[in-house]
Design a protein around this ligand. Sequence first.
Ligand SMILES: [Mn+2]
Length: 240
Amino acid sequence: MGALYFISDVHLGAQSPAEEATKEALLLDLLERVGTDGERLYILGDLYDFWFEYRHVVPSVGQRVLAALQGLTSRGIEVHYLAGNHDFAIGPYISDTLGCHIHREPFDVEWNGTRIHLHHGDGLAGNDMGYRVMTKIIRSRAAKWLWRLIPPGIGFAIAEKVSGTSRHYTTGKDYGDSDRVWSQIETLAGRGYDYLIMGHSHIAEERRLDNGSVYLNLGSWLGGGAPCALTWPDDKPLTL
Ligand SMILES: [Mn+2]
């Protein structure tokens, strides 16, 4: 039985060309490794700093990564892609062309009797009502329909600005008790999971919760290194 791999918050397209090249090379190495001993790959959101696919156009960023994902699925390795707040608009290109399983909501995995809850990590802050309302609007069918009317070149230029703002907001936000994130995580854990695995906060962390569940945050690939991935059952962060 192969390993499970988990990654989050790679944010392809967010950095300088040189940083992107380094990051992409690391990611391609990891995907190759998944191809040798992996059974499943879970992408827990924000693989892309911004993703939007038109019927005939997809982002030009990270094409080699997309090809590698397709290579994995064509060899029978399951790739699960949970939409993050930056790549919420993943669609048929990801599912039909690349063969990934798309998840739009947090979901559960059971593996050899271990119960794992997978969540991008957004929308947990108790005072984040504005975020939740805005999210509902921008992820609506109507919004996607309107967005498609904007030529891709202009749309992506706007998105680049908005993505940067959102990233700084996320990174600067207090994810501690004051935001009631932890109480929400404890409540989730109370459903009886062994592990809760998330991203989004960009802070890699392992924490044992009150009920004995383990919270793991995969951190982010931004900032010039320390990409966090996880293999299972070793459940140790990989050093790439
Ligand atoms: Mn995020």
